[in-house]
Write a protein that binds this ligand. Structure first.
Ligand code: NCD
Ligand code: ZN
Ligand code: ZN
Length: 363
């Protein structure tokens, strides 16, 4: 058995409010615990999207009632909310800009709107972006121009990872994440999954792109699942929405890569704990860890998943490594396939009062 810190997933979609037929705070955070994650950062492309004080409190109310692990909620950048978003920065995981078309209504097209957000969001806090190709290059330009931390979500291609490398070499304050599906699936998966089931933003890339991600591991700051559940019926419909669930398969896939000599355990800890904690300035969870059996061999199947969407693009894959136990703030919250965390026991890591009382950053 090996002991690891509670993992941090800086990119999940929990679908509440609005799309609880796909997922909600309870089911999504139960999936997190089952996957070894004790902190999730929730994306703002809900219905309604989280863009102001009112919608933030709607999301946080649902989180307060449902969350089983600790969390923080992103604010989404819209055309009109730069000032309002800036004022909510201390209550948010971060600010999220969608610079390309993806799932949901949040897409920022006008450069003037990007500029307003880059100017209004506090300089020391990160801005996270969905940006591919030329949008990525433009976002990196803004990071330099505004001299501020910028986190680049789900990098998936050779061109993009090399762009991130060059930006870092130029001293820009950029960090990036890569998803397990972009590391362990490629465009050939379209054949057996089918186009709808394989649909994800950014799309599954060529084997050469995937190899480039592995070759540039040193540039990758975080592994983030981009857990983006949609129902099987939606994925199999004529208009399949993009996205995969990922919380319950990430760690076994990464541990299997350790076994194959493609990664080390330290690579995982750095990218699933140390770096996301540093980038998003998250507090340390005391008396929190996970216990993993690295030798447990099993086949990924859609059965027994905690996520409401109840399917996975990795079905049929043989993996090594199983989460046996998760301890969150001294409580056993997951053990041998059973989630034990009481619904609503997760904590909002951006709650002012908690930070005020514990200035050492501990919760
Ligand atoms: C995400 C979703 O469904 O919310 N989908 C996806 O394919 N990644 C949106 C996103 O992260 O871009
Ligand atoms: Zn995205
Ligand atoms: Zn996402």
């Amino acid at each position: 058995m090996i002991k690891l810190p509670g993992l941090i997933d800086p990119h999940v979609h929990l679908r509440e409010p609005g799309d609880t037929h796909k997922e909600d705070w309870r089911t999504g955070t139960r999936a997190a615990l089952a996957g070894g994650f004790t902190i999730v950062l929730a994306m703002p492309n809900t219905r309604p999207p989280v863009t102001d004080a009112e919608t933030l409190s709607l999301a946080l109310k649902a989180a307060g009632e449902g969350a089983c692990c600790d969390y923080a909620q992103f604010i989404g950048a819209g055309a009109e909310n730069a000032a309002a978003a800036g004022q909510l920065s201390r209550q948010a995981a971060g600010l999220k800009l969608y610079l390309d078309q993806t799932y949901g209504p949040l897409r920022l097209d006008a450069l003037a709107d990007w500029q307003a957000h880059f100017a209004a969001w506090p300089k020391h806090l990160p801005i996270s972006v969905h940006a591919e190709g030329r949008s990525l290059a433009a976002a990196i330009l803004f990071a330099g121009w505004f001299d501020r931390p910028l986190h680049l979500c789900h990098i998936s291609t050779r061109d993009d990872i090399l762009l991130v490398r060059q930006a870092k070499e130029h001293g820009l304050k950029v960090t990036c994440e890569v998803t397990p599906h972009h590391l362990f699936l490629d465009s050939a998966s379209l054949d057996h999954l089918g186009a709808g089931m394989a649909s994800v933003k950014p799309p599954l890339a060529s084997p050469a792109d995937v190899q480039a991600l592995w070759d540039n591991l040193d540039v990758i700051d975080c592994f983030a699942t981009d857990h983006a559940p949609h129902t099987l019926a939606e994925k199999q419909s004529p208009t399949p929405p993009p996205g995969f669930p990922g919380l319950e398969t990430a760690l076994p896939l990464l541990l299997t890569a350790v076994r194959e000599g493609r990664l080390t355990l330290d690579d995982i800890i750095l990218r699933c704990y140390t770096n996301p904690q540093r980038i998003y300035r998250l507090p340390v969870q005391t008396s929190t860890w996970i216990e993993v059996d690295p030798d447990a061999r099993w086949e990924i199947t859609p059965d027994h998943l905690q996520t409401r969407c109840a399917w996975t693009p990795f079905a049929g894959r043989q993996v090594f490594g199983r989460v046996r136990r998760v301890v969150l703030r001294r409580q056993v919250v997951f053990e041998d396939g059973v989630v034990l965390a009481p619904t609503g026991s997760g904590r909002n890591l951006r709650l002012e009062s908690r930070r005020k009382f514990l200035p050492n950053g501990q919760i």
